[in-house]
Design a protein. Sequence first.
Length: 280
Amino acid sequence: MKLVTRAQWGARAYRTPNGATPYGRARKGVKVHYLGAPYKDRAHDKCAAYVRSLQASHMDDNGWSDIGYSFVVCTHGYSFEGRGLKRRNSANGNTTLNDENYAVCALVGSSGLTTPTDPQLNGIRDTIEYCREKGPAGDWLGGHRDGYATTCPGAALYAWVQEGAPRPNGSTTPEEDDPMAAITKTDIFNAVWKTDGLAAPADAADVKTNPNWQPQSILRDIQARVRANAAVEAGQSAAIARLAQLVGSGVDTTAVVAAVQQAITDAVIKVDVDINGASA
Ligand SMILES: [Zn+2]
Ligand SMILES: [Zn+2]
C-alpha cells in the first residue's frame, strides 16, 4: 500500500476536542465515496495540494474538525491518510453511519474524470484491505449511497464496489509485484557462477566463494578481456612495424632484439593499465 501520512501531505492539525476523539471500535466495513464535484486528473506532485484543499473546504466551509474521509485515494494509487484508522470519519452522513464504516474517497469527479484509473482501483483495494487488517473492519463493502440518499460514489465506482472491488485485470497483489523480490544474492551467485562454472573475473580472486558477486560483473570482466586483447594486438603490430623498419635500414641483430623486447614491454604495461582501468 502506498500510504501518504498526514505529515507527508502537509495536513493541518485537526480541531480539538472533536477532531481528537479516538474511535477504535471495530467497523462493519468500508464505504467508498467520490468527490461529487468536477475533477480533472493531474500530475501526482499536485495531489497533496488537492487533498489539502479538500481538508480546507471540510474545515472552513463545512465547519468540521478535520477532512471528512478516513482515506483519500488519488488516480496514481496513493492513499492519503485522513482521519485514519483510529478516529471516526464525518463523511458517511450521520454519526451512526460514521461509526459503522470507514469512509474511503477516490479522487473521481461527477464530471471530468468520472472513471477510476487502474492504479486507483488497486489503491482503493489496498486501503480496504488495510482497514480490514488494521482497523479492524469487517467484510462489508458498499458505497456512500447504501443507506443514505446520495448518488455518491457515482455509477462507475459503485458498479465496481458491487462486484466486491476486484483488482483490475492483469494486476496482482503488491507482494507479488516484483518476481525478483524473493531471489537472494546467493541464488544469483549459484545460478550465474557455480552452475555455469564460469571463470572468475581477473580482479576477483575470491569470486568462487563470494555470494555478493553480481551478474553484471560478467559484462565488466568480458569488457576487460576484450580491451586487453586489443592492447596485445596493438603491441604486436607495433613490434612488427618497428622490426620491418630496422631490418630495412640494415641495423645489427642486437638492436632488433632490443626493439622487440621494448615493444613487448609496452604492450604488457598497456594490458595492465587497461584491466585495472576497466575494473576500477
Ligand atoms: Zn460520498
Ligand atoms: Zn496522485
